[in-house]
Design a protein around this ligand. Structure first.
Ligand SMILES: [Zn+2]
Length: 371
């Protein structure tokens, strides 16, 4: 199936079937950088996909969203780079336990570093686990959250909100970073003179909060070109910028259908172009959904009606519906303008059974050392 997504830099791939553990990979094309959302079964992802992962975002640490972290560590640990990992409070302790479960006496100077961030509603507390030092934990400090954005690279950003799933569960909005495009006519109307200050203005627009020094802008006056300190960067950008949309992806993993979760979803994910949303139960099992703090098809229909994404991918259906998955697509009713995408039941490889192997041939082939 070929669909036209509105992203310039983001390339989302969902590496799971409808009944598999959810795994979303977003490639930021020009940077060759992969962002990984949830990390349950990931053994089927190619090494080159995993070694290009620069940041990991964990919704919550139930096994089906987290147990693949060992596979990720296995592929990344000897790669010379820093990998950021974001999750709900406690994720740093959990990673520490995983890392402490192995011997690292052969660590080398060029091994990777995991920079891990506990995302609280009001602050982020960070630590680093350095490969060359055997992945011992070192605190990096805490920073207050001024907005919902938890991660930025040159072309994309990820915002998070904390929802409730009987444990904190993060939902994410992944979007291309806003770039300021100048409308030269509006610039002239304000008597502003183009110069190097425009480059600085564009940088500060895309990196809010990084520089608080006054920016000097150039304006033509009857006495010639003069410099003025700029008071309000956001206001000037509104006045001289060309309007643009910032295409985005919404990712809702396990959450309950509570009023506060609904408020948080609406405020974080309004206007996303592609929404991936768990739908664990059919409507007849609404009570089960309430008890386990998951969504059922009726809940998802109501969320869709509010969010109106262009594309919608239901995911993470309970394995108990193995033979009844078509019912899910019959119960989901996307509003006009929203196109629903369908997944195969499984994309993870089926397990090998002993009788499938030809032991005779196997024992005669040359022995290959494990790496
Ligand atoms: Zn869960």
């Amino acid at each position: 199936m070929s669909i036209q997504l509105p992203f310039r830099h983001l390339e989302p791939t969902f590496f799971a079937g409808l009944l598999d553990d959810p795994v979303l990979l977003v490639r930021v094309r020009q940077l060759g950088s992969n962002l990984l959302f949830d990390c349950g079964q990931i053994h089927h992802l190619a090494k080159r996909v995993l070694t290009a992962v620069d940041a990991v975002f964990i919704s919550h640490a139930h096994m089906d969203h987290w147990m693949g972290i060992d596979t990720l560590i296995r592929h990344l640990h000897a790669t010379p780079k820093i990998v950021d990992l974001f999750g709900p409070p406690g994720i740093t302790d959990k990673l520490e336990h995983h890392l402490a479960g192995y011997d690292w006496n052969l660590a080398e100077e060029n091994w990777c570093r995991f920079r891990v961030h506990d995302v609280h509603p009001q602050e982020i507390i960070s630590s680093i686990f350095s490969g060359p030092e055997g992945f011992l934990r070192q605190p990096l400090g805490r920073r207050a959250r001024n907005d919902r954005v938890i991660f930025r690279n040159r072309l994309s950003q990820v915002a998070a909100e904390t929802c409730d799933h009987r444990v904190p569960s993060l939902i994410f909005r992944i979007e291309e970073r806003p770039q300021l495009r100048i409308d030269t006519q509006k610039l002239a109307e304000q008597n502003l003179v183009p110069g190097p200050w425009l480059k600085e203005l564009k940088y500060r627009y895309s990196h809010p909060g990084t520089d608080t020094k006054p920016l000097l802008i150039q304006r033509s006056t009857p006495a010639g070109t003069e410099e003025f300190p700029l008071e309000d960067i956001a206001e000037l950008c509104r006045q001289i910028g060309q309007p643009q949309d910032h295409p985005g992806i919404g990712y809702i993993s396990d959450i309950g259908y509570t009023a506060s979760n609904r408020r948080r979803i609406s405020s974080l994910l309004k206007g996303v172009n592609l929404l991936l949303c768990e739908c664990t139960f059919l409507r007849a099992a609404k009570e089960k959904a309430r008890v386990s703090c998951h969504l059922c098809s009726d809940d998802v229909n109501q969320l869709l009606d509010k969010l109106r994404p262009t594309f919608f991918l239901p995911m993470h259906l309970s394995k108990t519906y193995n033979r009844r998955s078509r019912e899910l697509y019959r119960e989901l009713e996307p509003p006009p303008g929203t196109r629903m995408l369908e997944l195969p039941l499984h994309i993870t490889p089926a397990p090998l059974r002993a009788e499938m192997l030809d032991w005779q041939e196997f024992s005669e082939s040359p022995c290959q050392d494990d790496q």
